[in-house]
Structures are given as C-alpha cells and as structure tokens.
Design a protein around this ligand. Structure first.
Ligand code: HEC
Length: 155
C-alpha cells in the first residue's frame, strides 16, 4: 500500500469515528429514550431481538422525520420506497429483559440517499462506523431499504 493510501484510510477512519461521536452526542442531547417514538411493531420495551448481533433484548426508536414519513404513507396509502434523508433509527441492546446490562448502542442515519452507520459497546467503545459501512450492510441488505426490524409503510 502506498503511504498516501494509508494516510487517506486513517483520515477517513478518523472522520467516521468523529462523525459517529457527533451523532451519538446529538442523540443523547435529544434524550432519544424519552423524546423519540418507538419503531413500528416495537412499541413495547425490551423485546427479544430477531437474531441480530445487537444484544438479546432491544429497544428501537425512530426520529420525527420517520414518524412523518409513516404518517404521510398511512394517510395517502402510497407505498414509501425508501426512508427520507434525515431519518434516524436508534437501538439499545440489553442482555436481559429486566435489570439487564446495557450492551450496545447502534444507530443509522439517512444521509444523501445512503445510511450512515454507527455502533458502540455499552462501555462506550466504538465498534464500527461509516457511510454504507460494510460491517453492517452485509446483513442489513436483507431488509427493506436495509432496515431489518420493520418494513416500509403503509402497514
Ligand atoms: C449478523 C447480521 C447483522 C450485522 C452484521 C449487523 N446487523 Fe444490525 N440488525 C440485524 C438484525 C437481524 C436486526 C433486527 C433486530 C434484531 O434482531 O436485533 C438489526 C437491527 C439493527 C438496527 C435497528 C434498525 C433495523 O435495521 O432493523 C440498527 C440501527 C442496526 N441493526 C445497526 C447496525 C450497525 C450499525 C451495524 C454495523 C456496525 C449492524 N447493525 C450490523 C442484523 C445485523
């Protein structure tokens, strides 16, 4: 590998990490656990995961951009083909339904027609982050618009 390629790879890796940190801080500032809606079909808290690597029990939240897109699709009956830019899904992963340990914070944000992905361990250590991150897309491409836990509206 040429030095310039290595420098570019380090630079991009650093950008992804700081982008992910910025989004994580924004979500905390938003107090997502109290202000975001629960994702469709995940209205009850800490449901067992559906086989993902994100903890045995999960809470799923969506931001107002997604709530509006769902409301519009429900009202018009027109099928949404992809989630709009600005959509955010946040997932808390726990090891037990009650009194468990927080294991993972994962999120995806729609940016310029693709998803920006980020995942941290409960300890705060970054696992992986980036736009169209290969670590995440491999599994997630099986879902509608790369979302595994719920489909596109109307429901
Ligand atoms: C081995 C397959 C697999 C990999 C790899 C994976 N996921 Fe997932 N993910 C799932 C499944 C399955 C779900 C559905 C809920 C569950 O079972 O946890 C999910 C759910 C999610 C959700 C909730 C929204 C949705 O799409 O359902 C987010 C956010 C998420 N994953 C983020 C990530 C991030 C970030 C990465 C990469 C660091 C990643 N995932 C890698 C399988 C995977």
């Amino acid at each position: 590998m040429r030095t310039s390629t290595i420098v570019l790879a380090l630079f991009l890796g650093g950008c992804n990490a700081s982008d992910a940190d910025a989004l994580r801080d924004q979500l905390r500032d938003d107090d997502y656990r109290n202000t975001y809606m629960r994702a469709p079909g995940w209205e009850d808290g800490r449901l067992p995961a559906e086989g993902g690597p994100h903890g045995g029990f999960i809470d799923l939240y969506i931001n107002d951009v997604m709530v509006e897109a769902i409301e519009q699709a429900e009202a018009s009956g027109e099928a949404l083909e992809r989630w709009p830019d600005g959509s955010i899904i946040v997932k808390d992963g726990w090891d037990a339904a009650e009194g468990g340990t927080f294991e993972y914070l994962s999120f995806m944000e729609r940016r310029d027609g693709g998803w920006f992905w980020g995942e941290y361990r409960g300890s705060g250590r970054l696992i992986s982050a980036g736009k169209n991150d290969n670590t995440c897309v491999g599994c997630h491409s099986a879902g509608d618009d790369q979302v595994r836990a719920f489909g596109l509206p109307p429901y």
